[in-house]
Design a protein. Structure first.
Length: 90
């Protein structure tokens, strides 16, 4: 079931966007968004607005980026999320 695959992915990757989850589980992003809404209503996942971080030189996070995590592993809402490794000068 895709709902369980979403939860399994979030157990392996504690913070992920809807698009990242959709790619990981091989499902349509719109369908994954609806499933994430269901999981959020059942308090299985939490939704977090992305924050810009200092680990890369790109604008990796902005207020329109939304990340999800398992409810019990929820990060601080002030944590920045970035897929980029830290650069050598930082």
């Amino acid at each position: 079931m895709i709902l369980q695959r979403i939860l399994d992915h979030l157990a392996q990757c504690p913070q992920a966007s809807c698009l990242q989850i959709a790619r990981a589980v091989g499902a349509d992003p719109g369908a994954v968004e609806a499933m994430l809404d269901t999981l959020e209503r059942h308090r299985r996942v939490r939704r977090w607005a992305g924050q810009a971080c200092s680990t890369c030189q790109q604008r990796c996070g902005n207020e329109s980026t939304v990340y999800f995590s398992l409810a019990e592993d929820a990060p601080s809402p002030t944590v920045g999320f970035c897929d980029m490794p830290p650069t050598a000068d930082r």
